[in-house]
Design a protein around this ligand. Structure first.
Ligand code: EPU
Length: 432
């Protein structure tokens, strides 16, 4: 079992180049299922979840290749198996993103139902209700979603009960080639949804309103092939900037979009740090000591739940007490106990954590429980005195490309190690 070993206490400084966004790349790969010619992808990050999505689409019969300039090509004209098997879905919930495109293209699809995961129950009922409103007949049997649309999908007026990112993406893709107009209300406005809408438009779809909570899609007969570029990963960028803040350093993230991170940067400014931005870069420099600030996670443009764990890590060393409210997922505080092993003082009360800042953290053996929780432990380890050993680091590989290399360039002492067994008890794996 691999672990990450960090010798903490070094201020991180320098420049880090941001990769393509995992949560944009995953739905963008599913777009190829809808296209009637090859699709070429730029800035696809090299991540475990992306590989899983490529495997899934290849399993359906599409041709998936990478050229000598690291561009990904998907030709789904040969696809003939509208199925997402349990073996792949159980390793990545976002596999359910193929349901809408498969159903729209083939008129039937069989997609394994994702189970619960470390951060919450995460049902896909809103995806299914939306597809039913568009004419699908859906049965959930033996852990599989069996969907048929004998007369094809048609447009519908859908109001989501709650903002759902992949739910919005799934229905947007299905609606792109459905018959007539679909209106999605209370839709997600995340930058990844905008990236998807733009890509669909580039292939011939007719979509308006992305980036707001009302998206209108006029179905077209078919989508063409074309080129798709993945946006920079805002969560990755904020994680490296957080590393500057927690270690008393100064980091510039390049190749990223400051507008996608306004809520995060506002809280960082409020904590007393220096924030500078350009058209495609962000610099954060830590003050002598960060001041505690409160956050509450919200759908975009609010503070992202995918940065809650990292922000909590920073607050562990701030001056004062910070309240951190998680409103999106019911169980996204698994990092609290691990941070406590490193000396953090955090009081947990339901959906709220109160972090009482301490003067220092100390290195310890800790366990990653999900992707962003892992990132918070890396941050804490970078700031802690002494050695931190993080086990179950496969969670990190789902969402951070070349993490050790990027942190090393910023001056961290961090390495992956397969030889040293973690001393934590082994439990079943979780997935996000
Ligand atoms: N929900 C339902 N029913 C549904 C769909 C969602 O009850 O049919 C609930 C969820 O259980 C949750 C809330 O609605 O409480 C919001 O969930 P959402 O559907 O927005 O989450 P998601 O689409 O499954 C994506 C990201 C997550 C990110 C969330 C929230 C991808 C592949 N995943 O998940 O990313 O946390 O949106 O922004 O885009 C991560 O990258 O670490 C990660 C977990």
């Amino acid at each position: 079992m691999e672990s990450i070993i960090i010798q903490g206490g070094k201020p991180l400084t320098g420049t880090v180049e941001i990769s393509g966004a995992k949560n944009a790349a995953l739905p963008l790969l599913a777009v190829a299922i809808l296209a009637d010619a090859p699709v070429v992808y730029h800035r696809i990050p090299h991540l475990k979840d992306v590989t899983t999505m490529m495997t899934l689409i290849a399993h359906q019969g599409a041709e998936v290749t990478i050229d000598d300039q690291s561009r990904l090509h998907i030709d789904a004209r040969t696809a003939n198996l509208p199925v997402a098997p349990y073996e792949l879905v159980k390793t990545m919930r976002a596999s359910s993103l193929v349901l809408g495109p498969l159903l729209a293209r083939f008129g039937h699809a069989n997609v394994s139902l994702p189970g619960g995961c470390a951060i919450g129950a995460r049902p896909i009922d809103m995806h299914l209700k939306g597809l039913e409103a568009m004419g699908a007949e859906i049965k959930v049997e033996h852990g599989n979603v069996k969907a048929v649309a004998p007369k094809g999908l048609h447009g519908a007026h859908i109001v989501f009960d709650q903002v759902t990112v992949t739910g919005t993406e799934n229905l947007m893709m299905a609606a792109a080639i459905a018959d007539g107009q679909t209106v999605l209300e209370n839709a997600a406005a995340e930058p990844e949804v905008v990236n998807l809408a733009q890509a669909l438009r580039d292939l011939g779809a007719n979509i308006e309103g992305d980036g707001t909570h009302k998206i209108v899609i006029e179905g077209v007969a078919s989508l063409s092939g074309g080129e798709i570029t993945v946006i920079p990963d805002r969560i990755e960028a904020a994680t490296y900037l957080s590393a500057a803040l927690i270690t008393g350093g100064d980091v510039r993230a390049t190749g990223c979009n400051p507008a996608d991170l306004e809520a995060f940067l506002a809280r960082v400014r409020a904590s007393g740090a220096l924030v500078e931005t350009g058209s495609d870069w962000i610099r954060c420099a830590a003050p002598k000591r960060l001041q505690a600030v409160d956050i509450s996670t919200m759908p975009h443009p609010g503070f992202p739940t995918d940065l809650q764990a990292q922000f909590m890590a920073i607050m562990c060393l701030s001056e004062g007490s910070s309240s951190i409210r998680e409103t999106i997922f019911e169980n996204r505080f698994m990092h609290v106990q691990e941070l406590a092993r490193m000396g953090a003082n955090i009081h947990l009360d339901g959906h709220m954590a109160v972090v009482h800042g301490v003067e220092k953290l100390s290195g310890a053996q800790v366990m990653a429980t999900d992707l962003r929780a892992s990132a918070s432990l890396v941050l804490a380890g970078l700031a802690a005195e002494g050695e931190t050993q993080i086990s179950r680091v496969y969670h990190i590989d789902r969402g951070y490309e070349r993490l050790e290399e990027k942190f090393c360039k910023l001056g961290a002492s961090i390495e992956r190690c397969s030889g040293r067994e973690p001393m934590m008890p082994q439990v079943d794996s979780f997935h996000v």
